[in-house]
Design a protein around this ligand. Structure first.
Ligand code: NDP
Length: 287
């Protein structure tokens, strides 16, 4: 007997994805490297397979939600022939080139490949609050869409399988730098005895308000004209006082010093009167 979907990996995320499928009335086969980690899912109606091969053979669509790229290679390598003619949806976090490698490997073995990048924590799966980006097989995306929408808001980013991962990692880059900015600020005020909680209470609404500036910066970057009036200039944005204050408090200034280095670079190149967003020009791949 077959099921609609097979879930390889019932860790925190794989379990959430499988549970949402079951809740939406799909039949699901589950497999996990360490046995016995899918008891809850089995209690909710999933079937447990005791080998990857049996799991793959159970469904036309195989979802891989494993730790990282190497885990996917290790798990699927031995069952390549069994995957032929099926759809492989890989939602394991991989780099863009790793996704492209898997797509090429899948094509060689007659497997329809769709890559997914999850912008959600497990608790958000099953609601529209999370987002999942996809790239790779358009046909697979279109036919799976009613099910993908069960998990989160879905977006297709093109047939180059690496694109979903690229958007994902770019989003995470912004997020981790924001968190690190908060950690750095919290370390600065710690020297005067302010707790991180007290700092967060002030920082959170400030950062939320500042995100409203993203649209304006984006318009300048997309327009390519950093002299558009109304922008905060690079000269005005000189952050050496923040770097100095951090050093004076004995706090490692490297997060803010990295930003200042980008600003200084643009000022040294003669663009001081232009907008802050010009540091994008130092970062872009053809800079
Ligand atoms: P967990 O650590 O909870 O689960 C990891 C899973 O991968 C387990 O099922 C584990 O099996 C399996 N695994 C690890 N190594 C191997 C291997 N070599 N061969 C076969 N199976 C292996 O992680 P998550 O479920 O949270 O994450 C899974 C993927 O989802 C990751 O790529 C993660 O980046 C991505 N993701 C997770 C998010 C989250 O908030 N949790 C958010 C967005 C993406 P075993 O039980 O045997 O160890």
């Amino acid at each position: 007997r077959t099921t609609d979907f097979t879930m390889l990996g019932t860790g925190a995320m794989g379990s959430a994805l499988a549970a949402a499928l079951l809740d939406a009335g799909r039949s699901v086969t589950v497999w996990n490297r360490t046995p016995g980690r899918a008891t809850d899912l089995v209690a909710r109606g999933a079937r447990a397979a005791d080998s990857v091969r049996k799991a793959v053979l159970a469904s036309p669509v195989v979802v891989a939600c494993l730790l990282k790229h190497a885990s996917v290679e290790e798990t699927l390598g031995p069952v390549a022939a069994d995957l032929r003619g099926r759809t492989l949806l890989n939602v394991t976090t991989t780099s863009p080139n790793e996704s492209r490698q898997l797509a090429a490997w899948a094509a060689e073995h007659g497997v329809d490949y769709l890559d997914g990048a999850i912008m959600a924590v497990p608790a958000m799966i099953g609601s529209r609050a999370g987002q999942i980006f996809y790239s790779g097989s358009r046909a697979a995306y279109d036919s799976l869409l009613p099910t993908l929408e069960v998990w989160a808001t879905s977006e297709f980013h093109g047939e180059d399988a690496g694109r979903a991962s690229l958007v994902d990692l770019a989003m995470l880059s912004g997020m981790y730098q924001m968190f690190t900015g908060f950690f750095h600020g919290a370390a600065m005020v710690a020297s005067m005895g302010m707790s991180a909680a007290d700092f967060a209470a002030r920082q959170a609404p400030f950062l939320a308000a500042m995100t409203e500036g993203l649209d304006g910066y984006a318009k300048v970057i997309d327009g390519g004209d950093y002299t558009v009036p109304g922008q905060q200039s690079l000269d005005f944005s000189d952050l050496t006082h923040i770097v100095r204050a951090s050093e004076e408090e004995g706090v490692d200034p490297s997060p803010i010093a990295g930003v200042q280095a980008l600003i200084s670079g643009q000022i040294a190149a003669g663009h001081g009167s232009e907008g802050l967003a010009r540091i994008y020009e130092s970062l872009r791949s053809d800079a």
